[in-house]
Ligand binder design. Structure first.
Ligand code: CMP
Length: 158
């Protein structure tokens, strides 16, 4: 089953949007299989944003993600990576469609409330930055039989 990393960034926590943001993922039918509140260390931030190292906004990114408490979570479901990116909306709040998290709550470029991995491969690497294997749970949500059609069951149980 596909997993992705979602981070509620310091602005999301400070703006009391933790519950609202987690609800978006739960209500969509995705499953939270790992969840923690933490401060991102400089080393974790550098690993997370290594791909942006050459960008002019890189130092600002590091400063922002390490500036306050965040919530990290591992979210699971068929197509979890793609669905999560859609739930977030476009990178910058001003461009994001209403109905998405950033579209409903964000207006800034750098303060964009939430992060989600952009591919299954990235997700694996990003999850490993924040979670030990033992911190990711495997459990049954009984309502999944009303989220997925029986024809999708094979993928659900793989
Ligand atoms: P996210 O997709 O979570 O991870 C990379 C981040 O880089 C992105 O969110 C934005 O917050 C930030 N970012 C991308 N482009 C710019 C930009 N042009 N100026 C400032 N920040 C940016």
């Amino acid at each position: 089953m596909e997993k992705t990393l979602v981070i509620i960034k310091p602005d999301g926590v400070q703006r009391k949007l933790i519950g609202e943001i987690i609800s978006r993922f739960e209500h969509k039918g995705l499953k939270i299989v790992g969840l923690k509140m933490m401060k991102v260390s400089p080393k974790q931030a550098e690993t997370l944003y290594a791909i942006h190292k050459k960008k002019q906004f890189y130092q600002g990114l590091l400063k922002f993600i390490t500036a306050g408490t965040v919530v990290t979570m591992v979210v699971e479901g068929i197509g979890a990576v793609n669905i999560s990116r859609k739930l977030l909306g476009a990178t910058f709040g001003a461009d994001a469609e209403p109905g998405t998290i950033r579209g409903d709550f964000g207006a800034s470029i750098s303060y964009n409330l939430v992060h989600a991995s952009d591919s299954p491969e990235t997700a694996q690497n990003e999850i490993a930055i924040f979670f030990k294997e033992t911190e990711i749970l495997s459990y049954i949500l009984d309502n999944l039989k009303w989220v997925y059609h029986p024809s999708e069951e094979e993928e659900m149980s793989s």
